[in-house]
Design a protein around this ligand. Structure first.
Ligand SMILES: *Cc1c(COP(=O)(O)O)cnc(C)c1O
Length: 482
């Protein structure tokens, strides 16, 4: 077969540069004028159907693809960049993070391993994370997709800690111990999934009841451990939560740390969004005990405002972390000089071999905004939650459904058939484009749940949420009666 000089690079670099500038300008315009747009709007059927073209639709032009993106993709995104977005726990991203993503993509670095500056950037972020959580120099960390993955890694490392590195070839059933894990009833589903995926089965996870502050009940936890031990089972893992997904509760991390030390149990923290509260001087004291964890899972893409995706796991015992994943392979041979130097590599600390340059957007975010400013953003979202709480308490038609510990507020519109009315109300709010909360269930009651994570959200957005809730609530209550 004949060879070709035809690459995928542009034949006209100047035209490409101009087109690139137009794309950058469009995204900067979008971010600058977000507020004038609805948070979210339903996608018309013809737009949805426009994404069902055959593999070769005959269009091979960057400008045209960009025009399609502007017309059919950008207006129908979820809207978590928008200041009125308060659903689930989504970060807002930043213009700086966007540019960092472009640089990372241009470099197209593979951070699995080898001797390269991008890995030093990841190691720099690992060092900052260690410092933030007061972990020793021997601790190690790794970027992963998100906290769901980081929680899974936490379970796998704890498994190796308990059963030894032999477990990696003999499997978890080899030495006849039945390993049991514990977390609170309001913990994130990803802990259950981690137990499932790791092969223990989700039945080996005890869901401990929560108290009135939505924190794991420590006495009930102690009791469950004692009962399992009496039954000949082996408690090996406790996942505390720092910032629960439904109400933002922080477990008593110090008490869990004591218990884990006494019982020789791995102390993992799901701090998906809450752990970065360490950046905020008014929140950090409430995370006391986090510095005693064996592993911490968290996301830079939530409170850290880094663009998706940027999850992270920090492990106190870096050697153990290595022994849970590292494997020799001829094609991954290490050297002391040349490109194969710099061992251990990130691929030795998790299941991914090829890895993107997630660290760069986190590095840029921290470098450009600074830890202090990022902490202020976190404090501000909590202050906004308190503002929302006060507005709810001042409105007779509204009712608070859970304590407001951090940045999440659960409330509802008072009505007969309240669960249905509030479910309809949340859909109406989302479709209004004014504000976008989501729902959760608190003690069997459907709650409107506003999670304030976005650095762009201000009191005017909170007030708009309240005004729209009252107006649409009247309407939803009327529709439910008729
Ligand atoms: C968001 C969240 C997760 C899951 O994190 P992902 O990054 O979405 O995988 C886990 N736990 C809590 C408490 C969360 O808020």
């Amino acid at each position: 077969m004949e060879t070709s000089e035809d690459t995928l690079d542009p034949s006209d670099w100047n035209a490409f540069r101009l087109q690139g500038h137009r794309m950058l300008d469009d995204m900067v315009d979008y971010l600058e004028h977000l507020r004038n747009q609805p948070v979210w709007q339903p996608m018309p059927q013809e737009v949805r159907h426009s994404f069902q073209q055959p593999l070769d639709d005959g269009q091979h032009d960057l400008g045209k693809a960009h025009a399609t993106f502007m017309k059919d993709v950008l207006p129908y995104a979820l809207g978590n960049v928008h200041p009125g977005f308060m659903g689930w726990v989504h970060g807002g991203g930043t213009p700086v993070g966007m540019l960092a993503e472009m640089l990372a993509a241009g470099l197209n670095a593979n951070l699995g391993g080898r001797d390269q500056a991008p890995i030093e950037i990841e190691r720099q972020v690992v060092q900052w994370v260690r410092e933030l959580f007061h972990f020793p120099k021997t601790a190690n960390g790794l970027f992963v997709t998100g906290t769901s993955m980081a929680n899974l890694l936490g379970v796998l490392i704890a498994r190796t800690a308990r059963l030894g590195a032999d477990v990696r070839h003999k499997g978890i059933t080899a030495d006849n111990q039945q390993l049991i894990a514990y977390t609170s009833a309001s913990a994130h589903l990803s802990i259950t999934q981690a137990m499932d995926i790791a092969g223990f089965g989700s039945d080996a996870l005890r869901k401990i009841p929560i108290d009135e502050l939505h924190q794991m009940d420590i006495a009930a936890l102690e009791l469950a451990i004692a009962e399992d031990k009496k039954a000949g089972l082996t408690p090996f893992f406790i996942a505390g939560t720092a910032g629960s997904v439904d109400v933002g509760a922080i477990d008593n991390l110090r008490a869990i740390a004591e218990l884990c030390q006494r019982e020789n149990i791995w102390f993992h923290i799901d701090g998906a969004y809450g752990a970065l509260g360490m950046l905020a001087p008014d929140i950090a004291p409430r995370l006391q005990g986090i510095e005693r964890a064996d592993s911490i899972a968290f996301d830079f893409h939530k409170w850290g405002q880094v663009p998706y995706d940027a999850g992270f796991i920090l492990v106190r015992d870096g050697k153990l972390h290595h022994s849970a994943f590292a494997s020799p392979a001829a094609y991954l041979k290490r050297e002391s000089r040349g490109m194969a130097a710099g061992s251990p590599w990130p691929c030795d600390f998790g299941p991914d071999l090829s890895r993107g340059f997630r660290a760069l957007k986190a590095w840029f975010t921290i470098k450009v905004y600074g830890a202090e400013k990022l902490g202020q953003v976190i404090s501000n979202t909590c202050a906004l939650a308190q503002h929302l709480k006060r507005r709810i308490e001042a409105e007779p038609q509204l009712e608070l459904l859970a304590p407001v510990a951090l940045n999440i507020v659960c409330f509802r519109y008072r009505s007969t058939d309240a669960n249905r009315v509030n479910a309809d109300l949340v859909v109406a709010l989302q479709e209004s484009g004014i504000a976008a909360p989501s729902t959760t269930t608190i003690n069997g009651q459907l709650a409107i749940r506003a999670a304030i994570v976005n650095h762009r959200t201000t009191t005017s957005d909170i007030d708009a949420l309240i005004d729209a809730t009252l107006a649409l609530g009247r309407c939803a209550a009327r529709c439910a009666c008729s």
